[in-house]
Design a protein around this ligand. Sequence first.
Ligand code: C5P
Length: 227
Amino acid sequence: LAALPLAGKHVLVTAGPTHEPIDPVRFIANRSSGKQGYAIAAAAFAAGARVTLVSGPVSLLPPPGVTLVAVETAREMLEAVRHALPADIAVFAAAVADWRVADAGAQKIKKDEGGTPHFMLVENPDILATIARDEAQRPTLVVGFAAETEQVVEHARAKLARKGCDLIVANDVSPQPGGASVMGGDRNRVHLISMNGVETWPDMDKQAVAAALVARLGQLERAKLHI
Ligand code: C5P
């Protein structure tokens, strides 16, 4: 029996949105379903890896065999990712909120007090860039996602350089003519952007994208280790 391609490897995956509190009952979020990240975690486990899935709030069941770490905010996600390291391969598929409310209230903001509230936003940590540039903890292979609505490949190329990762999986999340959307939907059409160029994959369901991506990550990790 041939060894599974990711046997003995630790794969870290982030998935889902983050929720950034406004007050104890309200939050800022986004439309990420977590489906693609969960599918990648499942595919990595099927390929023989030990898998840690750091997930924001989603309505999916954790894939069997995978260690789930449930978080809400971007800052919690960064802490959980750091705690899960070291990893051989890290796939940052989460749709992390770019901003959070500077001082989220401890009490519910009441409608009848002081008119319409104004919120000051502050930037969240960039988890992918932080880990990709961390010399002590950087996994061998660091993979980012890029959800774009226009100039998908151009923006992803810039992101590859800016974030310091090895590979960007770019997808077009603009609303599609038939009404189907990548965000929340079951299918995905991705471009793989690396130093070596761009590869465009056909439209596939998210499980098929995950399986093909995991197979590719195994090859790329071996190539980077020169084995
Ligand atoms: O810059 P942008 O948010 O488009 O980058 C997307 C990529 O960066 C994804 O891989 C996402 O998981 C990661 N990211 C992150 N932390 C952030 C923002 C994005 O890890 N605060």
